[in-house]
Design a protein around this ligand. Structure first.
Ligand code: ZN
Length: 239
């Protein structure tokens, strides 16, 4: 069958194009192997541009340690450390593209933080994301296995981020629960503002926490790990 032969060639070319793009165009996939793009491994899985001020490096390592303690204190264990890419200046933009921000996590594998994210609050927030994905599974979270409000709310709650109010309008909370796909998150921030999106998610997690305690939240995550759907798991935890 000729068609399969052509399809084979086409796929091979496509693969080659993707590979070349990863090599030559700044993009997030490069963060899987930062050492190839001029970054130095200053501690296991921790990467920084080569000319960064030693004081900033030292402080960053201290903040990572503090952040990992926050996550450990919640879970009781830590999942394998993701690649943590520290970007106090613009060095990351050239290598990995400009979509950085204060802090961002890619699945269970990569965390990238800029100058404003080089602190234990933001680092533990991002570590909560990677630890949850490492437990529940990247594909399951990708295919809506975990509501965005739970993923974000838990990260805000455990990292004790002080930027948010204790309460937000019920309308925003309802919306967060109705549109809970990670792909709907940007839209949520546009509709209610980023503070209500993150803060409202925290409020939902806090409500659950007050009801079922830390043990209940951990049990919920355990059920997700075992393959139960979020709604089912929530039912078993609430009793
Ligand atoms: Zn987050």
């Amino acid at each position: 069958m000729k068609i399969f032969k052509y399809l084979g060639y086409f796929l091979l070319l496509l693969l080659l194009a993707v590979f070349l793009a990863v090599l030559f165009i700044p993009n997030p996939f490069r963060m899987m192997a930062p050492a190839y793009f001029g970054f130095e491994e200053i501690a296991p899985q921790v990467f920084m541009g080569p000319k960064t001020d030693p004081k900033i490096r030292e402080n960053a390592l201290k903040e990572i340690k503090a952040a990992e303690k926050i996550v450990f204190d919640f879970y009781g264990t830590l999942m394998p450390r993701p690649n943590i890419i520290l970007c106090p200046d613009r060095a990351c933009d050239d290598a990995f593209g400009k979509r950085g921000g204060r802090g961002v996590a890619y699945g269970k594998r990569v965390i990238r933080v800029n100058k404003k994210g080089l602190n234990s609050v933001i680092l533990s927030h991002e570590l909560m994301h990677t630890n949850l994905k490492a437990r529940v599974g990247e594909w399951r979270t990708f295919f809506a296995g975990v509501p965005a409000w739970f993923d974000e709310g838990l990260a805000v709650f455990i990292s004790k981020d002080q930027r948010f109010e204790a309460t937000y309008p019920e309308e925003a909370l309802k919306d967060l629960q109705a549109y809970d796909g990670w792909w709907q998150w940007e839209d949520m921030m546009k509709r209610h503002g980023w503070k209500a999106a993150y803060g409202g998610s925290q409020q939902l997690v806090k409500r659950l926490y007050d009801k079922v305690g830390k043990a209940g939240i951990l049990l919920l995550i355990k059920r997700l790990e075992e393959g139960m759907s979020f709604d089912e798991a929530l039912k078993t935890v609430k009793g």
